[in-house]
Structure formats: structure tokens, C-alpha cells
Design a protein around this ligand. Sequence first.
Ligand code: 0O2
Length: 236
Amino acid sequence: MATSAPLAHAASSDDPITLSASQLRTMRDDMQRFLLEYRFGMQEIETKIAILRDEFLLTHDYNPIEHVTSRLKSTDSLLDKVQRKGVEPDFASIRRHITDIAGVRLTCSFTTDVYRLFDLLTEQDDVRVLEVKDYIAEPKANGYKSLHAILEVPVFLSTGRIAVPVEVQFRTIAMDFWASLEHKIYYKFDTRVPPELLASLKDAADTAAELDERMLRLHRAIRGPAPRGNGRVVEL
Ligand code: 0O2
């Protein structure tokens, strides 16, 4: 695939253009191949998480992961973002500027597990951390909490090694519950959410954070200190 091949004019111009069936097929194939690389990157991260979960369960009789979901951005949503961010509509520019084409969301019971999993993944020597946004330490104004990381992993293709960025979101069950409801409300009101609902959502985020703290205290009372992935012992 030509890495700087333009994505026709779909994302940059409103001018009507005429494409032959074979040009359209080539564009579709290029896009599928481009997205496939991200699917492979996502699978690499999923495998790393599955290994950590299984090994943790076996070694420590404890599973720090509640559930894992993954998604590849749809072509429509990718092109929307390309346009919104003013990115040049060619594969090389998209690769450089859009880093959440592949996304993995990892939900844990406790905030301590969120950071433990973050450490265990980012300490692996084939993982490169491109960016970290800690919305748990510094929640967004609306109450959103999650730890975001863009992790670059190697993928080995028949043509050689490529590095693929994957956005990994780490959060607790309570944070996840809140975020999925907030997401639905945001879409239902087409981003114009009534102020009283926004206030109520913020209030719910505070309640969720309080629940996280209380559950963690209870968990610590039951289990006591727990081993960290690298053998160090941390207070849970
Ligand atoms: P989707 O469909 O979940 O992928 P970016 O636009 O990504 O370049 P941004 O917004 O600074 O830049 O990135 P950030 O802060 O890392 O957030 C990216 C993703 O985090 C979002 O992806 C959401 O999944 C989630 N997120 C961030 N803020 C909020 C929030 O206030 N509420 C909820 N519910 N989720 C949030 P997308 O692309 O919006 O959607």
C-alpha cells in the first residue's frame, strides 16, 4: 500500500468527483488493509492483557481485570475525525495524527488495579508509551475519570515489522458505568445536554468516586497488601 496515497477527496472537499469502479475498489482495499494493521495491534494488546489476567489468577489467585472490550474505528468515524482535526486525508498523515483508530478498554474493580495493570503493560519492553492522560488523578470538569494511554506495539507482517498505536483506556467498573451513561446522554441530546442533567451527572461521578474508595477500603480489609506484577508489594 502506498502510505501517502490520498483517500480520494472524501474527507477534504465537497466538490463532486467521478471515480471508476476499479478506483473505488482500490480505495476500499487500501482502507481495509490500513485498518487491518490496527486490528492486529489491538489483538497484540488483547493477548498481553489475557496473559496478564491468566498468569495473575494462577500466581496470586486474584483477577484484577473485570472485563475487556475492543473496537476499531469505523471508516465513517475515522473520516469524520480526519475532517474535524484538519488532518491531510492520506494514510501517512492519518497514521501520524490519529492514534485512537484501535482502542481497548480495560475495566478493573479497583483504582489500584487500574494502575497495576497500567504498570504491567507499560513495563513490557516491546511496548512504547506515546502518551498518557490521567483523568483519574485529574478528572475532567464533567466528572469523567479514566486513565488513557497510547501504546505502540510491534506487529510482524509478511512485509516486515510495523509499529501500531493502540489507545488503551483503564478504568474501574464505577467509572465505566458512569462514562457509558454519560456517553448515551451526550448522544441523545446531540451534545446539548440540559444544565440540570449535567449537574446531576457530575454529582453521580462524585458518588461513583466515593463508591470506588469505599469498595477499595473493604477490599483491603479482606485481602490486605497485594503483590504488584514485578514482585514489589503494595498496599491495596
Ligand atoms: P470513542 O467512540 O469512545 O472512541 P481525541 O479527540 O481523541 O484526539 P481527546 O478527546 O483529547 O482527543 O482524547 P481523550 O481525552 O484521550 O479522549 C478520547 C476518548 O476517551 C473518547 O473517544 C472517549 O472514549 C473517552 N472520553 C473522553 N472524554 C470523555 C467524556 O467526557 N465522557 C465519556 N463518556 N467518554 C470520554 P471518542 O473518540 O470520543 O469516542
